[in-house]
Structures are given as C-alpha cells and as structure tokens.
Ligand binder design. Structure first.
Ligand code: PEP
Ligand code: MN
Length: 339
C-alpha cells in the first residue's frame, strides 16, 4: 500500500516513519509523487493487513492500495512515467534514446570508428560488450576491462554516454568506473543475487527480458532492482523464444504498449537480438518507435561481416544512418523527438 503523507511532513518525519515500519517488520520505501512525500509499503499482503493501524499515524493523510505484485514498478505507485536523467540525456521524456555500437568491443580502432559514425548519425549512447555471454564457451568472450577502457575513451571523445553488460557481481565496480548504464543480459534476468547487487551500484540499469520470460517475470525482475532503492531501471524487449525458428527470436512489439500500461519504467526495443537478421533491424526499429518505445539498442560495426560476434544481425554505419533518417520522420508522426 502507499501511505500519502500530509503536505507538511518533513524528510525527518519520513525517516522516522520508515524506521517505525521496519520495527513492525515492514519495508517502507520513501518516494515523492506529484510533490507529495509518500511511503510505499512493499512487503506483506495488503489484503490481510489492517489498514487502520496506519491511518492512526498522525502524518498519514491517505492510504492507497497496491494491488499488483510488482509494486514499485506499477502505475498504481507512479502515474507519471519515470524519466532517467544521465548528465544532459533524459530517457523516457519524449526524446528517443538511441544506443548503438558493436556487439563486442574488439579493438580501440573498432570502437572509435563506430562511436564516430553512430554519434554523427544521431545516437546518444554507445553500446559495446566487454564481458560476453556467449552460448558457446569456445566463442570470443570479450576484451574485459581493456575493452571498457577503449569504450570509455571513445564515448567521451564523441560526446556519448555508454552502456555495457555486467555478468558477474565481482565486475560491478569495474563497470561502474567505466560506463554510464549497466546492462543486465537476457540470460541473467532472473539472476536475483546479481539484480540485488547491481541495484546498489548507483547507476541506471538496462534490464533485458529473459528468453522465455513473461511480462510478470520481467516486471518482478525489475522489482528486485527497484527494491534496492534504485529507481532508474529501463526495460528492454529483445525477442523471446517461440515455436518460430526462422528468425533468431520473436520480437514482441506488443510488449511496448503492454509494459507501458502496466508500469512507469522506460521501455527500449533491441531489434538486433530481436530478429538476428540484418535486413530486419531497421523495419523493427520503425515498429518500435511507432509502438511508443522510449528508445532502441542496435548493433553497428564498421565492417559487419567481420564482427567477432553477432555478425548476421549487425548493421553498417551507412544502414544505421539511413535508419536514423527514417526514424526522424516517423518520430514527427508519433510525437517523439529523434536526435
Ligand atoms: C547484448 O546486448 O550484448 C546481449 C548479449 O543481449 P541479450 O542479453 O539480449 O542476448
Ligand atoms: Mn550481440
């Protein structure tokens, strides 16, 4: 449930109330909604809790129910969409976030060349994997910290933010030093101990949907991160496993309006992993913006066929540039600003 506090409640009052709730074995998360201080009580079953005990607290003005299992992500908690602010970039506020770059960082030259091309075409966030979750242990596993150092320099040189996947809790500090957004990969969406630790890292999180995760599974995974007190979570639909085997995955575009109706978090589409097919990346990016997504994550490489990972789904800088031009035109129709 949500305890909406009286307008004159101070920060100190909130802290005291949260401490009191902890003493009652309840976890209270302090929030501000439309200028009002509120406390969300996220554990316990609202249906079985005696609400009168909270109504008796002098600072509580109203008590609102939280009926969804994903309490902190839900629209019941926050009617307004979450806007994630990173430096001068805002995600979820009407400007289409474009994360682009290679599947894997392969060399200093490769990431610099990609950064220059995608920045010129209008991307605002550079992506690149340094610790790669490959299906086969014999495939290229990424350059690790060295790759992150290259990407950090390339992003800075071209005025881009950066995002990279964290696979192991022991790498969190290293990622935090080098990138602006920490990515949780599809294969780790339900790695709950990783989610809890990454939430505490103090960086925005891009959470990818698991290969066979339902919306509920996805939202509950986001809940693990939100519960650590980190409100900056974005959801990324990257295709799911279905009976269809022609494409690498089935990109679930309906996830955009559905997730946005259920929760207040920004929703990003990854048309690269979503299809696995180079020619299908741009059409699915157009579908993403038309469906109301807050951004895309796309794999781009200076020489796509030579990419050490995911070559088949990687587009060239030229294809990326042409795609951005069309996205800009589509953005005007759907009221989304494309840089
Ligand atoms: C990636 O974006 O680099 C990646 C491995 O994606 P996913 O976790 O969606 O497979
Ligand atoms: Mn990839």
């Amino acid at each position: 449930m949500i305890l909406v506090l009286k307008p004159d409640a101070s920060q100190e009052d909130v802290e005291q109330l949260v401490a009191k709730l902890a003493w009652m074995d309840l976890q209270g998360i302090a929030l501000e909604e439309e200028g009002r201080r509120t406390i969300a009580i996220v554990n316990g079953d609202d249906a079985k809790t005696d609400l009168k005990q909270f109504a008796a607290f002098p600072l509580v003005e109203t008590i609102l129910p939280l009926t969804q299992k994903f309490k902190l992500a839900s629209r019941e908690l926050r009617k307004q969409p979450t806007v994630i602010q990173i430096g001068s970039v805002e995600i979820g506020n009407g400007t289409f976030a474009v994360m682009a770059g290679p599947c894997s960082i392969e060399s200093e030259e490769q990431i610099f060349e990609t950064a220059a091309a995608v920045a010129k075409a209008g991307a605002n966030i550079l992506r690149g994997g340094a610790f790669k979750p490959r299906t086969s242990p014999y495939d290229f596993q990424g350059l690790g910290v060295l790759g992150l150092q290259y990407m950090q320099k390339a992003a800075k040189a071209h005025g881009l933010l950066s995002v990279s996947e964290v696979m192991d809790p022991q790498d969190i500090d290293t990622l935090v030093e080098h990138v602006d957004i920490l990515q949780i990969g599809a294969r780790n969406m339900q790695n709950f101990s990783l989610l809890k630790q990454v939430g505490k890292a103090g960086k925005p999180i891009l959470l990818k949907r698991g290969l066979s995760a339902t919306y509920m599974d996805f939202l509950m995974a986001a809940e693990y991160i939100l519960q650590t007190g980190n409100p900056n979570v974005m959801l990324c639909e990257r295709g799911i496993r279905t009976f269809e085997t022609y494409a690498r995955n089935t990109l679930d575009i309906a996830a955009v309006p559905i997730l946005k109706a259920l929760c207040h978090l920004p929703v990003i589409i990854d048309p690269s992993h979503g299809t696995g097919i180079r020619q299908m990346v741009a059409p699915m990016a157009y579908a993403a913006i038309a469906a109301g997504s807050d951004g895309i994550m796309v794999e781009v490489h200076p020489t796509p066929d030579a990419a050490l990972s995911d070559a088949k789904q990687t587009i060239s800088p030229l294809m990326f540039d042409e795609m951005m031009t069309k996205l800009r035109a589509l953005g005007k129709v759907v009221d989304m600003n494309v840089l």
